[in-house]
Design a protein around this ligand. Structure first.
Ligand SMILES: [Zn+2]
Ligand SMILES: [Zn+2]
Length: 235
């Protein structure tokens, strides 16, 4: 147990959980505010056209593009934004479970009828340096929560090799070119048989540059079809 975990109950005593939507005390998201979160309309991430379960349309497919981008909610939704910020910058680990809960309905519809064994969850990892500062890797926590709820294994297939400054701090033109992302990932675990479908998991997708790099690496490792799932889209 590290110092952050030890301090957690003390912190909660002085700063009890409050709802990201209405500030009511006791939980980070109350049932009423949760019900008000607008679900993301399933669409092709790359062109925005409506598509079932976020399936990438045929003309948008390519090497660095996931065959499915499943998104649960909008980052513009103030409640969703507050939850993501509290998780990442307030280091409130419990919110990973809440975001995973929001992701469940669209993932469940996307995997309906498929064997859980044919799939695995793969967090899009933080660089170890960022993980050390934050105390945890939110994508890993979300993948583990999803794993428990869905009965699909988590395999940390990817490792982040290059430290890149947080996307939000870069000028927009650099962000969209994905210049600071190239070469960020490598494979850390190649024990998964090809033929399974990896579902890459992260909290927010914005330009898609990080996803693109992750997809390229995973595809090069032999996975022909790659899916991804996010709590929110910034688009
Ligand atoms: Zn509330
Ligand atoms: Zn498309």
């Amino acid at each position: 147990m590290d110092i952050k975990e030890k301090a957690e109950p003390l912190l909660r005593f002085f700063w009890p959980a409050s709802c990201a939507g209405c500030d009511c005390l006791g939980e980070y998201l109350c049932a009423l505010c949760r019900a008000k979160i607008l679900p993301f309309r399933p669409s092709c991430f790359y062109c925005g056209r409506a598509s079932v379960h976020g399936t990438t349309c045929f003309s948008c497919r390519g090497d660095g593009r996931a065959e499915r981008v499943i998104v649960a909610a909008h980052y513009a939704d103030p409640v969703v934004r507050a939850l993501v910020r509290e998780l990442k910058f307030g280091s409130v680990k419990d919110i990973a479970d809440i975001l995973a809960g929001i992701m469940l309905p669209p993932i469940l519809s996307a995997i309906a009828g498929l064997s859980r064994d044919a799939l695995f969850l793969c967090p899009i990892p933080l660089h170890p340096r960022r993980k050390r500062v934050r105390g945890f890797d939110q994508a890993r926590l979300m993948a583990d929560a999803l794993s428990e709820a869905l009965g699909i294994k988590t395999v940390p297939l990817l490792r982040r090799d290059r430290y890149s400054p947080p996307q939000a701090r870069l000028p927009a033109e650099t962000r969209f070119r994905g210049a600071n992302i190239a070469g960020s990932f490598s494979i850390s675990d190649n024990t998964v048989p090809a033929g399974k479908i990896p579902i890459l998991v992260d909290d927010v997708i914005t330009s898609g540059a990080t996803l693109s790099e992750a997809v390229k690496v995973v595809r090069a490792a032999g996975f022909a079809e790659v899916w991804s799932a996010f709590a929110a889209s910034g688009n």
